[in-house]
Design a protein around this ligand. Structure first.
Ligand code: LLP
Length: 404
């Protein structure tokens, strides 16, 4: 994404033209950025060629998942809907892992029938349920157990998952008990130890600590794990000059771990694959003047992009056409929804805007559209995939009639 003759462009397409042709709010994804991210991810860990399972929750668009599949990636799913979508996109079931603390009997049944690679169980009760269903089906099911390594991922508390107070996985004591349970079961084949300590992680040290913890626990189990699933969580830069995750250090820590444990590594990245691939194009409906700041009322709202309202997340905002005049007042970018948290960000010294101007919000490819809702009975935005000068509608805009 860059300005060419003062007009913001994604690949070879001007944002302004997209807005005119497809209307707003609209999500756009850059194919070349997607390709770059996947190739970089593979390159970062090429010495041990991990199985990369794209975290479907970060972006559930069927056509985008189809593109991701073409690079050989598998999928990490957390619900029957996500599993169905991954299969529909043509992902090989032998590359699908199923995580989540509350898989229902129905979901377990479906996953077993589809012969996926691993069900990563997160509690005693869940393992018993898998055991019960597998027995009825006279099958031996490959599972993983998710360990809660009690590691602080040093990220936002709302997206931290690996501390003992979090609901995810089981603690060391339960883990050891469950390994013994699985060893005795005729219907369960324990093949994987899985972890996922959180999301938007920018410091490699929590990963290093997590590997150290796993290492110690594996020794105690006296069990050979065919797979070690390290989850996802690799963070991206949402703001200029923000910290970057040191992949090389993470890679070194894993290689050290693999010297002692000859397992296949699985990753479940979401954000690092699609985060910076997506943009949300929106139009300024009104500018409402106020004492200290002006409200820039957009046609995109918290139902279209929930991250700022939910986590106070920041997404960079850029005007589609660059002009030189700067606003003297602070701009508060808001949506039209009847909630005070329907606010994206406040910016000083932004370029002076007019009603009907087009802006974009950056880095919304992960947990943007997938977290969207129909709150206030607003139809969901369209989604476009851009490759060079080609624009493909990969999801049509919802119509009001779809909602009635
Ligand atoms: N694996 C498991 C088991 C997960 O729970 C998650 C994310 C991932 C993999 C992918 O993590 P990633 O590589 O994308 O960080 N809605 C929040 C993020 C929630 C993440 C939930 N789990 C946000 O908008 O930042």
């Amino acid at each position: 994404m860059k300005y060419i003759k003062k007009k913001l462009t994604i690949e070879n397409v001007k944002i302004h033209d997209i807005a005119k042709k497809f209307n707003t709010p609209t999500y756009c994804y850059s194919y070349s950025q997607l390709k770059k991210n996947i190739n970089n991810f593979k390159k970062n860990f090429k010495t041990f060629s991990p199985l990369i399972c794209f975290a479907i929750k970060s972006n559930t668009n069927l056509n985008l998942i189809r593109e991701i599949k073409k690079f050989g990636l598998g999928a990490d799913v957390v619900s029957m809907g996500e599993l169905m979508m991954a299969l529909k996109a043509g992902i090989n079931p032998k590359k699908i892992v199923f995580s989540g603390v509350g898989k229902t009997s129905n979901e377990i049944n479906y996953a077993i029938d589809k012969k996926i690679l691993l069900i990563n169980a997160e509690s005693k009760s869940e393992i018993r349920e898998i055991d019960r269903i597998a027995k009825i089906k006279k099958r031996k099911i490959q599972i993983g157990i998710r360990l809660n390594p009690n590691t602080d991922a040093k990220t936002l508390s709302q997206i931290s998952t690996g501390k003992k107070e979090n609901k995810f996985g089981v603690n060391e004591k339960t883990f050891l008990q469950l390994v013994n349970y699985c060893k005795k079961s005729k219907n369960i084949n324990l093949e994987c130890l899985s972890v996922h300590i959180g999301s938007q992680i920018l410091d490699y040290k929590p990963y290093e600590k997590m590997l150290h913890t796993i290492d110690k626990i594996i020794v105690k189990t006296n069990h050979k794990f065919k797979f070690i699933d390290l989850g996802g969580g690799m963070g991206i830069s949402y703001e200029d000059n923000s910290k970057k995750l040191n992949y090389s250090k993470y890679n070194i820590a894993i290689k050290k771990f693999l010297k002692k444990n000859s397992s296949k590594i699985i990753f479940e990245p979401g954000r690092s694959i699609v985060g910076n691939v997506g943009y949300l194009i929106s139009k300024v409906i009104y500018i409402k003047e106020n004492d200290k700041k002006d409200f820039v009322i957009l046609d995109a709202a918290m139902n279209d992009l929930m991250r700022p309202a939910l986590y106070g997340a920041i997404h960079k905002i850029l005007p589609s056409i660059k002009r030189n005049q700067i606003s003297k007042k602070i701009y508060e970018f808001v949506g039209p929804i009847c909630e005070s948290t329907d606010k994206f960000t406040s910016l000083k010294k932004f370029q002076k805007l007019k009603e009907n101007d087009i802006i974009i919000m950056c880095d919304v490819g992960a947990y943007g559209m997938s977290l969207s809702s129909n709150y206030n009975l607003r139809p969901k935005p369209a989604e476009l995939l851009i490759e060079g000068s080609k624009i493909k509608v990969i999801k049509k805009r919802q119509k009001h009639t779809d909602l009635m």
